[in-house]
Design a protein around this ligand. Structure first.
Ligand SMILES: [Zn+2]
Length: 484
């Protein structure tokens, strides 16, 4: 009895301590984080996000986003909170916000906006998550997958600890908001966008783009969309909210700013960057680091910015490739042992296609009792200033065949010298002026866009292929486009 009473008092005390006024609704509610905690969480997590995805180097676009973001933050419900706006170097179509005022756009979503008002609507939506203090409910594995962080197939529990690339801090960031939070953010997005003179209807139109991008099964659904209410419902709702806000602000004008926005994204990288690695005919090529290695047949390779993961389909073979930490083989070995709770069985120096290398057999300090034992091999390869690391882990009955497949990949690690592959460039958005009146499909043909890419280009431009386009209108085409 007494014990229960004690806990009731304790719970009550905790509730009182964490009750705070919501900046948007003004209601008192239970807050898990103080504002200082929120800012701290954002500030601590931001470097992880930046390290994982990289920030796009584009000072002009960055300056534009800072300017618009800060302008909107000033009319928001948390005008004194210092906001931070970043462009991530990812082709995925996504935008998200962290507690404490950290807002991210991928280059993929910036490529898909067709005017400033669409950008402003999404900006307002993300600022809304911050101002309304939408708590971190749960991180979404789907979002990890969308951002290219989750590995391509499921793997056994024992192997998962090795493959888990997202640290605890990073996982927290990929939170899933509930429907109510999303609807509230849509409302706030329209409000903030309207107050800064943007036409909210354009944000509604962008939901149509998202809907089309999500059109080919769950996998293709952009994360921005997948955790939200259905895009076409949101299209309706945002359209209505726009009317309400435009009537509330009779002295404000609401602009679209199509051409000026398009000029800002001219030359923006589009799609995967082959310089950061690609698979062709069961070989993984990395032009920027000038190496390649064969991928075992029927294994799945996932190329995330910080590491490459190759998984066997039963989930019991796992090859991880990344940059080793440490200045020499011994330091890198020690770091691997410490970080994964492993111990050394034996090691030897060797050569791999002209590179100095070290190979070590490792084992778990405390294997899960009852689980099939793991064989773990570490291979370190020195390439000038860079030291690469393969970690090959196999489990169960087919250890031998898994190991043979992974040995084959490691032994095939070689210098990439093929000029064509070394020079492969990322595709880029090119803003062009239409030469004559015609359908959008005709325009694309005029600019020699391959027919296989027409549908994609229509979505990118927020148009249908049958739409009429008039001379001098600006549209997006693709530079460095891959030949058909
Ligand atoms: Zn949202």
């Amino acid at each position: 009895m007494k014990l229960i009473y004690f806990f009731q008092v304790l719970v009550l005390a905790l509730l009182l301590a964490t009750c705070a006024k919501n900046p948007v609704t003004g209601k008192r509610e239970v807050m898990l984080m103080s504002e200082a905690d929120e800012i701290k969480l954002g500030a601590e997590s931001d470097p992880e996000i930046v390290a994982e995805f990289g920030v796009l180097e584009n000072p002009e676009l960055q300056a534009f986003i800072n300017e618009k973001g800060n302008e909107m933050a000033k009319v928001s419900h948390r005008s004194s909170l210092p906001f931070h706006f970043k462009i991530l170097d990812s082709p995925v179509v996504n935008a998200f916000a962290l507690p404490g005022g950290y807002v991210y756009f991928t280059r993929g979503i910036l490529a898909h906006f067709n005017n400033e008002a669409q950008f402003a609507g999404v900006l307002g939506h993300e600022i809304g998550h911050v101002t309304a203090r939408h708590g971190a409910n749960q991180y979404s594995k789907q979002m990890l997958a969308q951002l290219g962080l989750a590995i391509g197939s499921s793997i056994s529990k024992e192997l998962e600890t090795f493959a888990d690339i997202a640290g605890a801090g990073l996982q927290l960031l990929f939170m899933k908001f509930g429907r109510e939070d999303e609807s509230q953010s849509d409302e706030l997005g329209v409000e903030y966008a309207s107050k800064t003179g943007n036409d909210g209807k354009q944000m509604a139109d962008f939901f149509k783009t998202l809907d089309k991008l999500g059109g080919e099964g769950e996998d293709r659904m952009p994360a921005f969309l997948s955790t939200h209410p259905a895009p076409l419902d949101r299209f309706e709702k945002v359209g209505e909210l726009t009317k309400v806000w435009q009537e509330k602000l009779p002295n404000q004008s609401f602009s679209v700013n199509r051409d000026s926005y398009l000029r800002r994204i001219d030359d923006l990288p589009y799609g995967e960057d082959p310089q950061q690695g690609f698979v062709e005919k069961s070989v993984f090529y990395h032009p920027a680091l000038a190496f390649y290695f064969p991928v075992p047949k029927d294994w799945t390779l996932t190329n995330a910015p910080a590491k490459v993961t190759v998984t066997e389909k039963s989930g019991k073979g796992l090859l991880i490739f990344d940059l080793a930490k440490g200045n020499d083989f011994q330091a890198a070995l020690k770091e691997t042992l410490d970080a994964n709770e492993l111990e050394l069985v034996k090691d030897k120096n060797r050569r791999i296609n002209g590179f100095q290398a070290m190979e070590a057999e490792l084992k778990q300090k405390a294997p899960n009792s009852g689980a099939e034992p793991l064989t773990i091999k570490l291979i370190l390869i020195q390439d000038g200033k860079n030291m690469f690391r393969f970690l090959a882990i196999a489990q169960g009955n087919e250890v031998k065949s898994f190991n043979a497949a992974m040995d084959n990949a490691v032994d095939g690690f070689s210098r990439l010298t093929d000029r064509e592959k070394l020079n492969r460039q990322v595709e880029r958005i090119q803003i062009v002026s239409v030469r004559r009146n015609g359908t959008f499909a005709e325009v694309l043909s005029d600019f020699k866009m391959p027919a296989a890419r027409h549908k994609e280009l229509a979505i990118l431009n927020g148009m249908e292929l049958t739409d009429r386009v008039s001379g001098n209108m600006l549209v997006k085409v693709i530079k460095n486009i891959k030949p058909e």
